[in-house]
Ligand binder design. Structure first.
Ligand SMILES: [Zn+2]
Length: 325
């Protein structure tokens, strides 16, 4: 993937691509935004492009530099991360890299330091980085990536070009998914489910367990129209205690999506729901969400899980009765 195609669809990222093409890159960038919006992918592609020695669109993917980058053996790119069993990037982890960088700068080659999860830098590490940012040697680029912008010291933020990556709109996600060969029907589902995160969409696509669980939610909780449906529906969940958390998570997400559809346009066209859900109201869905939350608070034994699942279904049946009136 070239830097331009990685930036496609985002004016902000295309501006960085232009800076790159015109050799006007800033020496430090801070990429922020929600999980899965493509921050890491972009930072990684930018790092690869900076180091690429190929002709034409970069990264070319074929030159020696690109191959070493892909193979994880490129000597001019650094990815500081917490040591095994540690949760923070300590000052020593960073200092050794920074020392090496300042020595390496003398020989003129470009170097890139990519700090994914930059919020994991301790304040001491951040201060250590700050010194280098203030007197950054020529040809050295810092790409910081974080989901938690406020965890980055203001002094660091002010020395980086801040790039807030916004969630993708639905059209762009749908197109990216179908471009990857995902069938339109599935791509439509994923687009609705991923909440603007292409990363999450792709993760979901690969997660077979998710689709099996989702189908079970559809066949159990969602078929309930009346109290008389509860025993049959609950029976399907009999041996599913260990999956309880995931199933409830899916149900909750679907309730949220349905409620947001109804709020926005009065109806939902989500094919996931059996027909009687078309008459659901936002208030009703809120009450069901409350019941799901309550159900999630239990640590389940086998018996407890079934009793709780049935309770939840009875709440759904009760709400469904209101829609019929
Ligand atoms: Zn290359």
């Amino acid at each position: 993937m070239t830097l331009r195609s990685c930036a496609a669809g985002s004016e902000m990222l295309l501006a960085i691509w232009r800076e790159f093409e015109n050799e006007k890159l800033a020496h430090a960038y801070l990429f922020t935004g929600e999980k899965g919006v493509g921050k890491r992918t972009f930072a990684r592609t930018l790092a690869k492009a900076i180091l690429c020695q190929g002709e034409g669109e970069r990264p070319c993917g074929g030159c020696r530099s690109c191959k070493r980058f892909e193979g994880g053996t490129h000597g001019n790119v650094y990815f500081p991360a917490p040591q095994p069993k540690k949760t923070t990037i300590g000052v020593d982890d960073l200092r050794s890299i920074l020392d090496e960088l300042s020595r390496a700068a003398l020989d003129g080659g470009k170097r890139v330091i990519v700090i994914n999860n930059a919020e994991k830098m301790t304040p001491a590490s951040q201060n250590c980085l700050l010194k280098t940012l203030e007197e950054a040697p020529e040809g050295i680029y810092f790409l910081l990536v974080t989901d938690v912008e406020r965890a980055i010291l203001p002094t660091i933020r002010s020395r980086c070009r801040l790039v807030r990556i916004t969630p993708w709109n639905e059209g762009r996600i749908y197109k990216a998914l179908t471009d990857k060969g995902i069938k339109p029907e599935r791509a439509k589902e994923l687009t609705a489910l991923c909440e603007g995160s292409i990363g999450r969409a792709l993760q979901m696509q690969d997660d077979e367990t998710y689709w099996t669980d989702r189908e079970l939610v559809q066949r159990s909780f969602l078929i309930v129209k009346a109290m008389t449906d509860v025993p049959v529906a609950a029976q399907l969940l009999k041996d599913k205690k260990d999956d309880a958390e995931r199933l409830l998570e899916i149900l909750e997400q679907e309730m949220r999506l349905l409620a947001s559809d109804i709020k926005q346009s009065g109806v939902s066209t989500r094919s996931f729901f059996p027909e009687h859900w078309q008459r659901a109201t936002v208030q009703s869905l809120c009450r069901i969400q409350d019941a799901i939350l309550k159900c999630k608070q239990y640590k389940f034994s086998n018996v407890g899980w079934m009793a709780n699942a049935e309770n939840l279904m009875m709440t759904i049946a009760e709400e469904a009765r209101r829609w019929r009136q």
